[in-house]
Design a protein around this ligand. Structure first.
Ligand SMILES: Cc1cc2nc3c(=O)[nH]c(=O)nc-3n(C[C@H](O)[C@H](O)[C@H](O)COP(=O)(O)OP(=O)(O)OC[C@H]3O[C@@H](n4cnc5c(N)ncnc54)[C@H](O)[C@@H]3O)c2cc1C
Length: 509
C-alpha cells in the first residue's frame, strides 16, 4: 500500500535540474498543509506548490477498507474522533464545522458505556474511575499554579501521586489510568508533562465541549480535507505535486530550495514544512545549512507518540461481546497497557452487523506490535479476548493494523510534551529558520496532537507569510530562544509563543 513506499534519499549536490519556481512551497498535504494553502488563497497568494509524499492528500487522516467481501467497511487508521465540538456561546472546533459542512457520519463516544474485565473475565472496577477523576481535579488545580506562578513542571505521574492516586501494582487501577491518560496522550504519565497535558485537555475540552465524536464515514475522515482542497484547487491542479518525496531543504534569509527524491527541485521565496516530529527527528530529510542548535533542540525535545488500532472482524452472527456497550477494558495481570481497551463498532449508532471490534495499544506495546507479524499479534489479542469472554469464542475472519512507528512519512502518530518542557522549548520547535516556516499538529502550543491544532497552525503561518508577500508587514519571523530559561514566565504566555486562548476557559463544563 502507499503507506510503505519509497525510502532512501536523493543527493542534492548531483542536481543539474532547473528548479521549478514558486512563491511558497508547502511541504505536506495533510490538514496543516491544506489549510496553509487555503490561508494563502484567501489572502490573495495563489502562487504556491504543495509537495506530498503520498498519492493522495490527508496525511495522518487515512483510511482503508476492512472486512470480508460483502461485509467490508471504511475504517480509520489514523485520526478518528472530532475532539471537542462546541458549547454556545463558546467557539466551535473548526474540525466540527467542517464535519457538519460535509455531513461526515459520526457518533458521540459514550465513555460511560463501558464494561471492565481482568484475566478471569468480567469484573466491575468502574469505581476506580471516580477515584482517578477525584485525583485529576486536584492535578488540574495544581497545574494552574505551575502556570501562573512560574513554577517548574513535573511529570504527570508525580502530579497524580501528589494528588493521592497511586495505582502501584494494582493492575485494574493501572488499566483505568491507561484509559484515562495513555489512551489520549499516547504516552504514560511518567513521560508526559503535567502542566501541558492539562493545558492540552483544557483548551480543547473546556473551550469547545467534552464530547468526542467518532467518525466512521464511508468516504473517510479525510473527505473534509479533500473537500477543503477542492475549494481552491482545480481537478488535476498542477500546484499539487503528489508522489513527491522531499529529501533536502536548503534555506536562507532570502528563499528556500526543496530537493526531491525524483531529482526535481523547487525554488521558493518561502516554504512551510508540515512534516511530523517523527519525520523531523528521523534522517529522512537533511537541512542545508544544518539547523541551528536551538532548532535542533526544539525538534529533539518533543516526543512522537505511537497509537495503534488493531482491527478484528468476527462472523456477525457469532459476536460474543455485549453489543449495548461501546468499550471493554482489560486489566492484564502482568503488563500495563497490554491490549487494554477494546471498542465495538457492531452496535447502535455505529456499524451494526459489521462484527468489528478493535483494540488500541500505545507506546511500548505499539512498538512491539509494529515489530511482530500479524499472526503473532492476532494470537496475543485472541488469548486476551478468550480470557475475557471464554475459550469458545470464534477466530476472526479479518484482521489488520497499521504500523505507524515504521511509516516513513509519519514515524509515529502524534506529538507529546515530555516532563519538564517549557513554552520556550516548544517555541523553538515552532519558530522559522530564515524563510523556512513550520506548521502542523506538533507546532500547536495548546492543541498539539489534535487535527484542530494542525488546522490552526497551517492557517496562522499562511496568514503571516501572505502578509509579508502582499503588504510587506509581518516579515520579521517568529521568536526563538537560543538561550532557554528554566521556566517560562506567565507574561510570555502570549500569541508570539503560540498561546492563542486561555487554558482557564470553561464553556465546555
Ligand atoms: C493513529 C492516530 C490516531 C489519531 N487520532 C486522532 C483523533 O482521534 N482526533 C484528532 O483530532 N487527531 C488525531 N490524530 C492526530 C491527527 O491525525 C494529526 O494531528 C493531524 O492529522 C496532523 O496533521 P498535519 O498536517 O500536522 O500532519 P500530517 O497529516 O502528517 O501531514 C504531513 C504530510 O507531509 C507528508 N510528508 C512527510 N514526509 C514527507 C516527505 N519527505 N516528502 C513529502 N511529503 C512528506 C506526509 O505524507 C503528510 O501527508 C491521530 C493520529 C494518528 C496517527
Amino acid at each position: 500500500s502507499s503507506l510503505y513506499r519509497r525510502q532512501g534519499s536523493y543527493n542534492a549536490t548531483n542536481s543539474t535540474t532547473t528548479c521549478q519556481k514558486t512563491s511558497v512551497a508547502i511541504l505536506g498535504a495533510g490538514m496543516a498543509g491544506i489549510t496553509a494553502a487555503q490561508g494563502l488563497t484567501n489572502n490573495s497568494v495563489t502562487d504556491f506548490l504543495i509537495v506530498e509524499y503520498n498519492s493522495d492528500i490527508g496525511g495522518r487522516v487515512a483510511h482503508t477498507t476492512f472486512g470480508v467481501p460483502n461485509n467490508s467497511y471504511t475504517i480509520e487508521l489514523g485520526a478518528n474522533w472530532v475532539q471537542g465540538i462546541a458549547t454556545p456561546p463558546g467557539p466551535e472546533n473548526p474540525i466540527w464545522t467542517l464535519a457538519q459542512l460535509y455531513n461526515l457520519t459520526n457518533t458521540y463516544s459514550n465513555y460511560s458505556s463501558l464494561e471492565t474485565f481482568n484475566q478471569d473475565g468480567a469484573t466491575d472496577y468502574t469505581g476506580l474511575i471516580d477515584d482517578f477523576d477525584n485525583a485529576y481535579s486536584t492535578v488540574e488545580e495544581q497545574a494552574g499554579y505551575i502556570l501562573t506562578q512560574n513554577l517548574q513542571d513535573m511529570s504527570f505521574r508525580s502530579a497524580l501521586s501528589l494528588a493521592g492516586w497511586k495505582p502501584g501494582t494494582d493492575m485494574e487501577a493501572q488499566t483505568v489510568e491507561w484509559w484515562e491518560f495513555d489512551f489520549e496522550y499516547g504516552y504514560n504519565p511518567e513521560q508526559s508533562s503535567d502542566l501541558f497535558a492539562i493545558v492540552n485537555y483544557n483548551t480543547t475540552f473546556y473551550q469547545y465541549s467534552d464530547a468526542n465524536n467518532y467518525v466512521f464515514d464511508s468516504r473517510g475522515y479525510n473527505f473534509i480535507i479533500k473537500e477543503t482542497a477542492a475549494t481552491f484547487l482545480q481537478p488535476n491542479d498542477t500546484r499539487l505535486l503528489l508522489d513527491t518525496v522531499v529529501t533536502n531543504i536548503s534555506y536562507s534569509d532570502t528563499g528556500v530550495t526543496v530537493y526531491n527524491q525524483d531529482g526535481s527541485c523547487i525554488d521558493a521565496d518561502y516554504a512551510i514544512c508540515t512534516f511530523s516530529v517523527g519525520v523531523l527527528q528521523s534522517d529522512a530529510i537533511t537541512f542545508s545549512p544544518e539547523l541551528p542548535y536551538w532548532k535542533q533542540m526544539g525538534i529533539e525535545t518533543f516526543t512522537m507518540a505511537t497509537y495503534t488500532k488493531i482491527f478484528l472482524q468476527f462472523p456477525p452472527d457469532q459476536v460474543f461481546w455485549n453489543k449495548s456497550y461501546q468499550y471493554f477494558l482489560y486489566a492484564d495481570p502482568d503488563q500495563r497497557g497490554y491490549y487494554p481497551v477494546f471498542q465495538s463498532l457492531d452496535g447502535p449508532g455505529f456499524l451494526p452487523g459489521s462484527g468489528i471490534i478493535f483494540v488500541t495499544v500505545t507506546q511500548d506495546q505499539s512498538y512491539q506490535v509494529a515489530a511482530q507479524d500479524d499472526a503473532t499479534t492476532q494470537a496475543q489479542v485472541m488469548a486476551v479476548l478468550r480470557s475475557m469472554f471464554g475459550a469458545d469464542i470464534p477466530d476472526p475472519i479479518a484482521f489488520m493494523y497499521p504500523r505507524w512507528s515504521l511509516i516513513p512519512w509519519a514515524y509515529g502518530s502524534y506529538s507529546n510534551w515530555p516532563t519538564g518542557t517549557t513554552l520556550e522549548m516548544h517555541q523553538n520547535l515552532r519558530a522559522n529558520v530564515g524563510r523556512l516556516y513550520f506548521a502542523g499538529e506538533a507546532t500547536s502550543t495548546e492543541y498539539y496532537g489534535f487535527l484542530h491544532g494542525a488546522f490552526f497552525e497551517g492557517q496562522a503561518v499562511a496568514e503571516q507569510i501572505a502578509d509579508c508577500i502582499t503588504t510587506g508587514t509581518n516579515c520579521s519571523g517568529e521568536v526563538d530562544y537560543p538561550v532557554l530559561h528554566g521556566t517560562t514566565p506567565y507574561s510570555e504566555y502570549d500569541e508570539a509563543n503560540g498561546w492563542m486562548v486561555s487554558s482557564f476557559l470553561d464553556y465546555g463544563f
